[in-house]
Write a protein that binds this ligand. Structure first.
Ligand code: NAD
Ligand code: LMR
Length: 338
């Protein structure tokens, strides 16, 4: 069946993988889970992104309404909606970037790992579609538990023979966004001037802000370090509890997802010096996946940066993070290979 809504424009669609700096690349982007709490504001912000020429909205519910609504925005991207599993392949064909916020969110009292049973299967199915229809696309995976869903996606891509570790990125940008905000609050700075690297993974103790490497250079008391680390590690839970059963972070997540997707697209375009944190296939530690700063380019991840000098508090946090991460990664791999 045809796409639900089709709003054709006259954008020049890109065909190559890398565009000259300063050109008008017009990337094709699909959002899977587009009608959800994250999906809707994410779609709106991506429709406003001048690097996007085609925007595909896929979900198992409600895409006709969201697509009609978004398509009235007077920005350049052509919007098409796709509903249900039988339209997944059409949604994915030819995409340069696929962003996945599909799946269930937490309620108070739950861990991200409690979402595994439902979200693992959803991510597996969506990644099988990507393998078939846009095997060269960059994938930004948001669905929780990210520490397990990224290994699942990697195994699905390996099974299909299309795995390129440079193109699979677990989105940990919200941890960076929160860290910048909370650190700026403590330092009395504008959050836009603050840059906090966050490494490890995306759940509790695996979220490791490197406060010794904050830019601009600064120092914290022991109390400030403990307060900030705890608030950053529990930022997701803070929102889940405040929403009291109505879901988890959606608006700040959509903002973070767009910030990250825009970085991936600028990298694809060939911009120099695009560096962000993400949970990726990595040799920085003994674990097969780890979040660190990565440089984004024409092929996705062009370079993975080492952790840099850690203080004693961070070294202890790293050991704790690795222990928890190892189990979550293994859980994802065994789900996808069973
Ligand atoms: P939501 O329930 O509001 O929306 C999820 C959407 O996914 C729904 O529209 C649903 O119909 C859709 N969906 C379900 N199964 C699908 C399938 N098979 N194919 C396509 N779409 C499907 O949830 P939300 O608040 O948008 O959160 C989505 C996910 O993102 C959750 O797993 C949440 O934990 C995670 N999340 C991650 C981060 C992060 O930092 N990585 C931050 C916030 C939320
Ligand atoms: C977050 O960090 O806000 C997300 O991972 C959602 C959650 O469950 O906390």
């Amino acid at each position: 069946p045809p796409a639900i809504s089709q709003v054709e424009g006259s954008c020049g669609l890109r065909t190559g993988n890398c565009r000259a700096k300063g050109g008008s690349p017009g990337f094709k982007v699909a959002i899977l889970g587009a009608a959800g709490g994250i999906g809707q504001p994410l779609v709106m912000l991506m429709k406003m992104n001048p690097l996007v020429s085609v925007l595909h909205l896929y979900d198992v519910v409600n895409t006709p309404g969201v697509t009609a609504d978004i398509s009235h925005m007077d920005t350049g991207a052509v919007v098409r909606g796709f509903l249900g599993k039988e339209q997944l392949e059409d949604a994915l064909i030819g995409m340069d970037l696929v962003i996945i916020p599909a799946g269930v969110p937490r309620k108070p009292g739950m861990t991200r790992d409690d979402l595994f049973n439902i979200n693992a299967g959803i991510v597996k199915t969506l990644c099988e579609g990507i393998s078939k229809c846009c095997p060269k696309a960059i994938v930004n995976l948001i669905s929780n538990p990210v520490n397990s869903t990224v290994p699942i996606a990697a195994e699905v891509f390996k099974k299909a023979g299309i795995y390129d570790p440079r193109k699979l990125l677990g989105v940990t940008m919200l941890d960076v966004v929160r860290s910048n905000t909370f650190v700026a609050e403590v330092l009395g700075l504008d959050p836009r001037e603050v840059d906090v690297p966050v490494v490890g993974g995306h759940a509790g103790a695996t979220i490791l802000p490197l406060l010794s490497q904050v830019k601009p250079p600064c120092s914290f008391t022991v109390e400030e370090t403990e307060h900030l680390t705890s608030r950053i590690q529990n930022g997701g839970t803070e929102v889940v509890e405040a929403k009291a059963g109505a879901g988890s972070a959606t608006l700040s997540m959509a903002y973070a997802a767009v910030k990250f997707a825009d970085a991936c697209l600028r990298g694809l375009r060939g911009d120099a010096g695009v560096v962000e944190c993400a949970f990726v296939s990595s040799q920085v530690t003994e674990l097969p996946f780890f979040a660190t700063r990565v440089r984004l380019g024409c092929n996705g991840i062009e370079e993975i940066y080492p952790l840099g000098p850690l203080n004693e508090y961070e070294r202890a946090g790293l050991e704790k993070a690795k222990k928890e991460l190892a189990g979550s990664i293994e859980k994802g791999i065994s789900f996808a290979t069973k």
